[in-house]
Ligand binder design. Structure first.
Ligand SMILES: C[S@@+](CC[C@H](N)C(=O)[O-])C[C@H]1O[C@@H](n2cnc3c(N)ncnc32)[C@H](O)[C@@H]1O
Length: 284
């Protein structure tokens, strides 16, 4: 059975007036290159915001038992924003100690939780496979807390502010679903997969983020979306002769008739599709 975590601030604040650590230690499962799909999407969709910032700070929140995902995030962000820095934040102190030898220019590790113990408001918070071990009714409060920590929007400078990317994937990152949120709240949901491994789009259902996974039932928008995606995938079967990529592109193109898909074919080619959050948000 999956151990559940509870979001509750500890009774005692930390010394030196720093805020209390918020959250609970959970399993530390991670893998090298596991989050490549999410990293690439962040680099493409958020690279301009990171380049614009004078000191772009990204937080890899809950990086797990080894610091691989933080090391890789730094490399992928620096490819599009050379000034980017990454701070890995982990609630389990032994995991912070184990990561410290990997610190380098632009990469640091800190003990902490959802309070996000970094001095500046981050331009990116990435939380992958963290909320999955919490309860569904804790998600809204955690999102609100993390969004409040993001760098604010600056419309005069053309900035929409920082981005929170929160989602779930399988152990080797072939199937991934995440929600992207700005300082104002949820914006989009992205489905990303290795197309060769896919039997049908609803295979991704088991990797829905915590806010959606229990809502994949009749009557809920995410269930209708995956049902329509499976139908479009079935209708696009003749394109399988040209490869799974062409079939996916065709299926997503069909979906755009009924669903607010926000991205274009360049992303669909990668085995991705991004939909506005409002279309998939749970009812009630
Ligand atoms: C399953 S691991 C995910 C590791 C990595 N992000 C990945 O996707 O491969 C989840 C990690 O999140 C940490 N965690 C859980 N709640 C946290 C919180 N509130 N703040 C920081 N880390 C947290 C756990 O201690 C655990 O190491």
């Amino acid at each position: 059975m999956t151990p559940r975590a509870t979001t509750r601030p500890p009774a005692r604040p930390r010394p030196g007036g720093t805020p209390p650590v918020v959250g609970t230690v959970t399993r530390g499962t991670t893998n090298p290159n596991r989050l490549r799909r999410m990293d690439r999407w962040i680099a493409v969709t958020h690279g301009a915001e990171l380049r614009r910032a004078a000191d772009p700070v990204a937080v890899d929140l809950g990086y797990g038992a080894a610091p691989w995902t933080a090391v890789e995030l730094l490399a992928r962000l620096r490819a599009v924003a050379p000034r980017a820095r990454v701070v890995g934040v982990e609630i389990e102190p032994a995991r912070v100690a184990a990561a410290r030898p990997y610190e380098r220019d632009g990469l640091a590790f800190r003990h902490g939780g959802f309070e996000v113990p970094v001095e500046r408001r981050p331009h990116l918070i990435r939380a992958a496979n963290v909320l999955r071990q919490y309860d569904e009714d804790e998600v809204a409060a955690v999102w609100a807390r993390l969004c409040a920590r993001l760098a604010p929007a600056d419309p005069a400078a053309g900035s929409r502010g920082g981005l929170l990317v929160e989602g779930t994937c399988d152990e080797i990152g072939r199937r991934h679903v995440w929600v992207a949120l700005g300082p104002e709240g949820p914006r989009t949901v992205t489905f990303a997969t290795r197309l060769g491994s896919l039997e049908r789009p609803s295979d991704l259902a088991e990797r829905l983020p915590k806010a959606l996974i229990h809502r994949n039932v009749p009557g809920e928008p995410v269930h209708a979306f995956l049902r329509d995606f499976d139908r479009a995938w079935a209708a696009a079967a003749p394109y399988a002769a040209y490869g799974a990529r062409q079939r996916w592109i065709r299926a997503v193109r069909d979906l755009t008739a009924d669903w607010p898909v926000t991205d274009r074919q360049t992303r669909w080619r990668q085995g991705e599709v991004t939909v506005r959050w409002e279309a998939l948000a749970p009812r009630g």
